[in-house]
Write a protein that binds this ligand. Structure first.
Ligand code: AMP
Length: 119
């Protein structure tokens, strides 16, 4: 984990505005600024780990809280029955741009397939 502060730490500190949809002592969920589906919410642990593998290794309980919060967001957004996708992008081939682990919660409409770029 590098020491460089990420954008999400500034959102957690309320230095940058975000539309928060759910919060616990250790987790924050807010709407993605560039939504890729009708519902697109990011769930982040308030303590920074670079990616989901680092979070899992360091604090599996906190990873469980992130997943639990993603499920709670789906409930609040009314998409439990219709379905949703939870994605952790990890490093460059997956398109990770913010190196503070975050779950994308996507749903609210039929989602496309995913995988190879342009494929
Ligand atoms: P990733 O590409 O998996 O690292 O995801 C980073 C996500 O953060 C992208 O989906 C961005 O649209 C989103 N994002 C960037 N800046 C903000 C912001 N200020 N507020 C909310 N979401 C943001």
């Amino acid at each position: 984990m590098s020491d460089a502060e990420t954008l999400f730490e500034r959102i957690i500190a309320r230095e940058i505005p975000a539309e928060v949809v759910y919060e616990t002592e250790r987790v924050l969920a807010f709407r993605d600024i560039n939504p890729q589906a009708k519902t697109h919410v990011l769930v982040v642990p308030k303590v920074r780990y670079r990616n989901v593998a680092e979070l899992a290794a360091a604090d599996a309980g906190l990873l469980g809280e992130v997943i639990g919060a993603a499920e709670k967001v789906a409930e609040l957004e009314g998409i439990v029955e219709s379905g949703y996708r939870v994605v952790f992008n990890t490093e460059s081939d997956a398109g990770q741009t913010v190196f503070h682990v975050h779950a994308h919660v996507l749903g609210g409409e039929q989602l496309g397939f995913f995988g190879r770029y342009g494929g």
